[in-house]
Design a protein around this ligand. Structure first.
Ligand code: NG1
Length: 416
C-alpha cells in the first residue's frame, strides 16, 4: 500500500457532534448503507494579503473552526455520487475521467468535478465514492466554502485509492484544478485548507509553495462579520476578479519593460531587486491611472504581509491592526473590490475598539475581519450587532453572520 498523506488522521474523534450524527443518518437514508470514511476540510479567513497570491506574492490566512464534512463509502467503479444535507444542493453523479464536462456555472457539483478531473489527469483508474456532505461554512462569503468542498473530494479520492502525494505538490495541483470553475485564482485557499496548524495563522509563499505557521497571540481575537452581500464567484464577481488578474499581469509586463529586465520577470523578482517606492516611481511614469492603482495595491499589500508577520510575532496588536486597515483602504481605493457594506462594517469595528479591520478574500461582498483584544471583543460585537445587523434581514442566526474565528487545523481524512 502506498504511503498515506500527512492529512490522514489516526486518532478517532472522541465526541460525535449532532451535525455528524445527522450526516451519518442522511448517508444511510440516501444509500441504504453506512459511510466508512470522512474528510473534514476547514473554511479560512485571510488576515492580510489579498489579490497577491495569483501575482506570486505572499498571503497570511488562517483556517477557522467552521468546516465541511464529506462522509463516503468507496465504490469499485469510477462513479462519484454526492448528496448534500442542505437540500438546496441537488444530488450529483459523474465519472472520474480526464475530461469531465462541467455542470452549469455556479453548480456545486463543479467543485467535486474539479478535483476529480485534475487527479484523473495524473493517476489512472481511480475508483469513486458515494458521499454525503454537510458544511457550516457560510456560502459565498469569502470564507472558502467551495475550496473546502473541492479539497475534501480530492483528499477522499487520494485516500480511497491509496495515492501518495506530497502536501506542496497537492496544493499546487489543486490551485490549478479550481480554475475548472472559471476563476483564475491563486493558491492561497487550497494551501491553507491543507496545511493550516492549530492556534496559528500561516504565511504562504509561492513558487515554490511554502507555509510558515505563525502562532496567534492568545489575547488576539479576529471577529468575522458578513456584509450580507453574496460574493458569487460564478457570476459578475468572476468577471471582475478575472479582469483584475489580467490588469495585474499587464501592469507587470509594462513595468518590467520600463525597467529593462527580461520578459517573464515576476512581481517577486521585481520586489527583491528594487524597493516598493522605486517600483511605484516607475509605475507612475509608465502606466495609465487604473493600472498604477492596481500595481500600487499589489506591491504595497505584499510589503504589508511582511510587516504583519513581524507584528504578529512581536504580539503587537496595534501594528497588525493598522496594517489591516491600510490593506482595506488599498483594496477599496486602488483595487476597487470593496462595497458600501464592507466599508461600513470596518468603520463600525474600528470605531468600537478594534485595532484594525478589512475585507477578507476576493471582496465584492463577503466578509470583513476585524482584530481586537479579548478585552475589547464584546464591545466590537455589540456595536456590529446594533449598528449593522439590527434592522437588516438575514435568513440565518446571528452567529452564522457574526462570529469569532478560532485559528484551526487543516484538512484530515479518517476511517469512521
Ligand atoms: P475567495 O475569497 O475565496 O473568493 C479568491 C481566490 C484566492 C485569492 C482571493 C483574493 C479562489 C478559489 N480563491 O478567494 O486565491 O486570490 O480571492 O485574495 O479563486
Amino acid at each position: 500500500m502506498a504511503q498515506q498523506g500527512a492529512w490522514r488522521s489516526v486518532t478517532e474523534p472522541t465526541v460525535t457532534s449532532r451535525r455528524e450524527e445527522h450526516l451519518h443518518e442522511a448517508f444511510a437514508k440516501e444509500y441504504g448503507t453506512v459511510g466508512t470514511h470522512m474528510a473534514r476540510t476547514p473554511g479560512r479567513v485571510n488576515l492580510i494579503g489579498d489579490h497577491t497570491d495569483y501575482n506570486g506574492l505572499p498571503v497570511m490566512p488562517m483556517a477557522i473552526q467552521r468546516d465541511l464534512m464529506l462522509l463516503c463509502r468507496a465504490r469499485t467503479d469510477s462513479t462519484v455520487r454526492a448528496a448534500n444535507v442542505d437540500r438546496q444542493f441537488a444530488p450529483r453523479s459523474f465519472e472520474i475521467q480526464q475530461e469531465i464536462a462541467p455542470y452549469d456555472p455556479g453548480d456545486w457539483g463543479n467543485y467535486l468535478k474539479a478535483g476529480g478531473q485534475a487527479l484523473a489527469q495524473q493517476y489512472a483508474s481511480l475508483c469513486g465514492f458515494d458521499a454525503m456532505v454537510s458544511s457550516d461554512i457560510p456560502i459565498a462569503s469569502g470564507l472558502s466554502s467551495s475550496t473546502a468542498l473541492m479539497m475534501a473530494s480530492a483528499l477522499m479520492i487520494l485516500d480511497l485509492n491509496d495515492v501518495a502525494i506530497s502536501g506542496p505538490q497537492l496544493m499546487e495541483m489543486m490551485a490549478r484544478a479550481e480554475h475548472y470553475v472559471g476563476t483564475r485564482g491563486g493558491g492561497m485557499d487550497q494551501a491553507i485548507c491543507l496545511g493550516a496548524q492549530p492556534q496559528s495563522a500561516s504565511r504562504i509563499d509561492f513558487n515554490p509553495m511554502q507555509l510558515t505557521p505563525i502562532p496567534v497571540p492568545s489575547s488576539w481575537r479576529f471577529v468575522i462579520a458578513s456584509s450580507l452581500v453574496q460574493a458569487e464567484k460564478s457570476g459578475a464577481a468572476r468577471e471582475v476578479y478575472n479582469s483584475r488578474t489580467r490588469e495585474c499581469r499587464e501592469a507587470l509586463g509594462l513595468v518590467t519593460a520600463a525597467c529593462r529586465v527580461p520578459d517573464g520577470t515576476s512581481y517577486k523578482d521585481l520586489m527583491s531587486n528594487a524597493s516598493a517606492c522605486e517600483l511605484l516611481g516607475v509605475a507612475e511614469r509608465t502606466l495609465e491611472a487604473t493600472l498604477v492603482r492596481r500595481f500600487r495595491h499589489v506591491v504595497t499589500e505584499a510589503s504589508r504581509v511582511d510587516d504583519a508577520e513581524q507584528a504578529m510575532r512581536a504580539d503587537d496588536v496595534n501594528a497588525f491592526g493598522r496594517l489591516m486597515s491600510e490593506s482595506h483602504a488599498s483594496l477599496r481605493d486602488d483595487f476597487e473590490v470593496s462595497c458600501e457594506e464592507l466599508d461600513n462594517l470596518t468603520e463600525i469595528a474600528t470605531g468600537s475598539g478594534a485595532s484594525g479591520a478589512r475585507l477578507s478574500g476576493a471582496g465584492f461582498g463577503g466578509c470583513m475581519v476585524a482584530l481586537c483584544t479579548a478585552d475589547d471583543v464584546d464591545g466590537v460585537v455589540d456595536a456590529l450587532t446594533a449598528e449593522f445587523y439590527s434592522g437588516r434581514e438575514f435568513g440565518e442566526q446571528l452567529e452564522d453572520v457574526l462570529f469569532i474565528a478560532e485559528p484551526s487545523k487543516g484538512a484530515c481524512v479518517m476511517e469512521v
